[in-house]
Design a protein. Sequence first.
Length: 100
Amino acid sequence: MTVPENEKPKLTVKQVLAIRDFDAPKDSRMELARDLFMLSFYLCGMNAADLHKLSADETVKSRVNYNRSKTKSRRKDKAFISINIHEVAVPLYKKYAGML
């Protein structure tokens, strides 16, 4: 007997755009949640632990280089990841890098 794999829920483009365009009150938890979701999205799904470690001095570069916290102890390459910082992510990156 085969057990079907659970399918991970996926957001549609429309849903991601709705989150991006949500008008959250300034300096609210909703604004923080929206911004961090979008920053993670723009940075290829970077998880919260790694977002927390973003360095403010990285904002002058076009890439963010890091070792993924969740798997670095289990991989020979220490889970090294290098991601291009797309221009739409730069304002959020500058806003939160080194502050989380």
